[in-house]
Write a protein that binds this ligand. Structure first.
Ligand SMILES: *Cc1c(COP(=O)(O)O)cnc(C)c1O
Length: 389
């Protein structure tokens, strides 16, 4: 592993590696197959499902950014999650997952457990008693998402990883919301890190991708074998675009955070804003842990509208710089209504239990000028205030 800072690794991995023309930027290899120089001599690359130079460069950069020994780049974040449970778990093995994990992760774990592929228990990982009870069942894997979606709950990774290790369990962290620039779970004791690179790592809302990073070379080797076996690896063109996005990850994260901090300041003074959910808020239950384990508070934030559903609808309709859409982490700002969008598959009871109210809105703060974003919020709040239903 190099001693370079994260921004440098993101920018320079693979630069000047071309041996044919000395291209500064590594070329893209779209080939599916590679020639053997002669019978019996297996080349470094033989078929792009098992290995591809463009995808390998991205994997190398992401493994280094997360402090892992190796990585598998997959066709989406969900494929990376599926790869890990496929490689690791058998019918007798238990995975402990957060009750408020990403909807697709919940569906994957729940459905595959229902088929008997492995066992799953969903718990509130911020509740020490519930977590201890789950760990007492000797799980093989603990799945963690911190900060969580959409309420930005924070789990103490160092404590959880130590407890899991004592229980003989491996820990995988979905680090999508912060990126390696703001949090490195392996340094805090995790065995695996997963990203939906669709989000901040690619950062331009134009590629679906994922990555699974392993702490040890042996685990990385096993995961590569499984990725080839089940066909989970990503396309070279997607890897090329994602590497291009990765080059600017560090400055983008800084600006995402800066804009989000300004918006949070602004929201404090708004009469139509109820509770705000963001780890930067001193009253947020995860504030102290976030200060300890994150290198920033992140740019995703949620808040409740202190008004009617008609006012909420008017507010969302009026916005011009926030697109009403799922997903996150792109250059453009997005607004999402979790109850009817990202979390609509959950029953009303499950939403209530997870604390997702119909009044909740989630922002993915983008890279527009913060003054324009705030002016846009202000005009939308003004219009919403006129609604009397
Ligand atoms: C989007 C997302 C995923 C799934 O990734 P895809 O690339 O959509 O398959 C997993 N975890 C989190 C936290 C996400 O935001």
């Amino acid at each position: 592993m190099s001693d370079k800072k994260l921004a440098t690794v993101a920018v320079r991995t693979g630069i000047e590696s071309d041996t044919q023309f000395n291209a500064v930027v590594p070329p893209i290899y779209l080939t599916s197959t590679y020639g053997f120089s002669q019978l019996g001599e297996v080349p470094q690359f033989d078929y792009s499902r098992s290995g591809n130079p463009t995808r390998n460069t991205l994997a190398e950069a992401l493994a280094e950014l997360e402090g892992g020994a190796g990585a598998v780049v997959t066709n989406c974040g969900t494929a990376a999650i599926n790869l890990l449970v496929s490689a690791l778990l058998g019918p007798e093995d238990l995975v402990v997952a957060p009750h408020d994990c990403y909807g697709g992760t919940y569906r994957l774990f729940d459905t595959r457990a229902g088929k008997g592929d492995f066992q799953v228990v969903f718990v509130d990982q911020t509740d020490p008693a519930a977590l201890a009870e789950a760990l007492a069942r000797n799980p093989k894997l603990v799945w963690v998402e911190t900060p969580s979606n959409p309420l930005l709950r924070v789990v103490d990774l160092a404590v959880l990883c130590a407890d899991a290790r004592q229980a003989g369990a491996l820990v995988a962290v979905d680090n999508t919301f912060l990126s390696p620039i703001l949090q490195q779970p392996i340094a805090l004791g995790a065995d695996f890190v997963v990203h939906s690179t669709t989000k901040y790592i690619n950062g331009h809302s134009d590629v679906l991708g994922g990555v699974l990073i392993a702490k040890t070379p042996e685990q990385a080797e096993t995961l590569s074998w499984w990725a080839n076996c089940i066909g989970a690896t990503g396309a070279p063109f997607d890897a090329y675009l994602t590497l291009r996005g990765l080059r600017t990850l560090a400055p983008r994260m800084r600006l995402h955070e800066e804009n989000s901090a300004k918006i949070l300041d602004y929201l404090q003074s708004q009469p139509l804003v109820g509770q705000i959910y963001h780890p930067s808020q001193p009253e947020h239950p995860g504030h102290a842990i976030a200060l300890k384990q994150q290198q920033g508070f992140g740019a995703m934030l949620s808040f409740e509208i202190a008004g009617s559903q008609a006012q909420l609808a008017a507010f969302v309709r009026q916005l011009q710089c926030f697109s009403l859409a799922e997903s996150l982490g792109g250059t453009e700002s997005l607004i999402c209504h979790p109850a009817s969008m990202t979390h609509r598959a959950m029953s009303d009871e499950a939403q209530a239990e997870a604390g997702i109210k119909p009044s909740l809105l989630r922002l993915s703060v983008g890279l527009e000028d913060a003054d324009d974003l705030i002016a846009d919020l202000a005009q939308a709040f003004a219009k919403a205030a006129e609604v009397t239903e």
